[in-house]
Design a binder for this molecule. Structure first.
Ligand code: SIN
Length: 331
């Protein structure tokens, strides 16, 4: 009798624990979304919008955990972490993929796109779309592009002509094109993570950096940089990335819905980016902490003349047809 009771108890425990296992296995899919910027930026707002849409449309099926401000991973580690399954989505700057593909270097070429509409036209065209799959051989999938905007040059002294940058140290993202761009004006580029930029500027370990209005504002670079040259010389744009293993392993209906949510979140983020380029610039002017240096057409032409030869240096790695397609998008 005692043995019989023990057997029943054993069976109950087994059934309950099997049930538990199956409940746990049927629990929501958790998507960790890691990024390095503040929440009040185009990328921060896009990620939060994606979370809101995905959790509303796939209730109980998907949970999105957003980690801003490099809380989970910096951009130099996030792609490795993704391949290990420690994070499922990220949105690094296109300047940070050098280890994985060379073609994306196109987006760092100085003075390539005349404005953000041209960037959008190029990205929606065949070359831009092809670039989304340039990471597939490395196990990563590009799900879409997100804009931040055009970059400006901030510094501890006014930069009007290229000679003003000579001998100065500038923080750059991990891009050889950006290194070549600063070397072309006799400056010293230093590849450093985004999370370190404010301290490097504040302690005067570096003289300047390049970034968009929203990053300069949200990370308070303008408080420690008395001059910002409105150069619009380069682009800061992003790719939303996931791992092929994670994405292809999702149930088809969930994957389709997530992609729709992401497309909507990106459209929202792009609207935010256009608004912030104007609003954050104005907030910096109003703060009176930093003076905006406007270039005359002749001064701007000097920067173009010095920096544009960088294109030739990287043409072989990027592909001339890609560069030509980008130029064509300006028309
Ligand atoms: C970002 O906008 O994601 C960071 C850009 C940077 O590293 O300067």
């Amino acid at each position: 009798m005692k043995n019989c009771r023990l057997l029943i108890l054993g069976l109950v425990i087994a059934v309950v624990s099997m049930g538990f296992v199956s409940i746990a296995a049927a629990g929501p899919i958790v998507i960790k979304f890691s990024h390095v910027v503040a929440e009040n930026t185009p990328k921060g707002q896009m990620a939060n919008k994606f979370k809101a849409l995905a959790e509303k449309r796939l209730p109980g099926k998907v949970v999105v955990e957003v980690f801003p401000n490099s809380q989970l991973f910096g951009d130099n580690k996030v792609l490795e972490a993704m391949l290990l399954g420690d994070v499922q989505m990220a949105c690094p700057s296109l300047s940070k993929f050098k280890k994985y593909t060379k073609v994306l270097q196109l987006y760092d070429l100085p003075f390539l796109f005349k404005d953000m509409d041209a960037v959008g036209r190029f990205q929606q065209g065949p070359y831009g779309q092809k670039m989304l799959s340039s990471l597939e051989s490395k196990g990563l999938i590009g799900l879409g592009y997100l804009h931040n905007g055009l970059k400006q040059l901030s510094s501890n002294s006014p930069l009007r002509v290229p000679a003003d940058a000579k001998g100065k140290k500038f923080r750059i993202m991990s891009s050889d094109v950006l290194a070549a761009q600063f070397e072309a004006v006799g400056a010293m580029p230093l590849k450093k993570p985004f999370s370190e930029v404010f301290t490097l500027l504040q302690t005067k370990a570096i003289d300047g950096q390049e970034n968009t209005w929203s990053n300069i504002y949200s990370k308070k670079f303008y408080e420690v940089q008395p001059y910002i040259t409105e150069s619009n010389h380069g682009l800061l744009d992003y790719m939303v990335i996931t791992s092929a293993q994670f994405w292809k392993g999702l149930p088809a209906d969930v994957r389709t819905e997530l992609k729709k949510c992401l497309d909507e979140a990106i459209a929202f983020g792009n609207k935010v980016s256009a608004e912030k380029a104007i609003a954050d610039r104005q907030k910096i002017i109003d703060s009176k902490r930093s003076e905006i240096v406007e270039l005359t057409p002749a001064q701007r032409q000097q920067w173009v003349a010095k920096m544009k030869p960088v294109w030739k240096k990287f043409e072989g790695q990027i592909g001339k047809d890609y560069i030509d397609a980008a130029i064509a998008a300006n028309k």
